[in-house]
Design a protein around this ligand. Structure first.
Ligand code: PAF
Length: 290
């Protein structure tokens, strides 16, 4: 595994891989890697001859008062996970490499960034789109892999790729969960054992709602109420909404197209998000573009 820190070194490493005829897969991360990231790397390795992983805690996607300074970090553990998973190139830029002085150009996503997390994290998706757009230009991957847990992030990036004609296929990989249902997230490290137990109410509500959907319940209000019910155990619910899985438009009446129930909630000081996809046709939800 080659570890590179500058864009210049990255380009040299990638040129060699491309000359060997490899299709390039890319997994952007903010580190503190877990089995969810390992699964993204596995998907990339299955579909591409070479895999690039980046680790960069991107300051521009954190708002004032958010957890940029305390975001968990474990570079040594991350490097061994990447080695174990067969990553070819690990890119570890620092902030001055990503945002040199006088940096002033951003990618501003459209309305797809406004609902759900966009309501509570102003500017977050601008930061995500900008850094991912920069990474796509640096790595020029054929395929890029993102976790479904960050459903709105996936939607924003897919929209950006289409709108800006970026030559990359975005692959959305299903959420990886602990045995008891908790969606894997680097932020789970913040939870005390007692908070972790309360955090399970998020996935429990989603599973109950999914079971009702499989039993034929189609009412958006009923399904949302089922997902919401156990959330009295968390400290603050930011949203629990049923939306179109692709456009993120709010749904009403009956679910008549691929949909997602999305939740964001605080348990203690930790903000957690999760979602489950529903498809009335009984198939998996096809995200297109990859
Ligand atoms: O999902 C993440 O870890 C980040 O938002 C990403 C895509 C690496 C951009 O900083």
């Amino acid at each position: 595994m080659r570890v590179v820190r500058s864009v210049a070194e990255l380009r040299i490493a990638l040129k060699a891989l491309r000359e060997e005829g490899h299709r390039l897969g890319f997994v952007p991360t903010m580190g503190f890697l877990h089995e969810g990231h390992a699964t993204l790397i596995q998907h990339s390795r299955q579909r591409c001859g070479a895999t690039v992983v980046s680790i960069f805690v991107n300051p521009t996607q954190f708002g004032p008062g958010e957890d940029l300074a305390t975001y968990p970090r474990d570079l040594e553990g991350d490097q061994s996970l990447c080695l174990r998973m067969g990553v070819d190139v690990l890119f570890l830029p620092d902030a001055s490499e990503m945002y040199p002085s006088h940096f002033q150009t951003s990618i501003e996503p459209g309305p797809i960034a406004e609902p759900l997390c966009g309501r509570f994290r102003p500017g977050h998706f601008r930061g995500v789109a900008t850094v991912v757009g920069k990474f796509f230009n640096m790595v020029q991957p054929d395929l890029a892999f993102f976790g479904q847990k960050d459903l709105q992030q996936c939607a924003v990036i897919r929209r950006m790729v289409r709108d800006l004609n970026l030559p990359v296929d975005v692959v959305v990989v299903p959420t990886v969960r602990e045995k008891d249902g908790l969606a894997l997230s680097s932020r789970n490290a913040y939870l005390s054992p007692q908070e972790r137990t309360r955090a399970l109410s998020i996935s429990q509500g989603l599973f109950a709602m999914e079971a009702a959907f499989k039993d034929g319940e189609r009412s958006v209000d009923m399904l949302t109420a089922i997902a919401f019910d156990p959330l009295h155990l968390v400290d603050q619910v930011q949203y629990c909404e049923l939306v179109d899985a692709l456009t993120l438009d709010a749904l009403s009446g009956d679910v008549d197209r691929p949909a997602a129930v999305c939740v964001a909630a605080y348990v203690g000081k930790t903000r957690l998000i999760d979602n489950i996809l529903l498809n009335p046709s009984g198939d998996g939800v096809m995200f297109g573009n990859g």
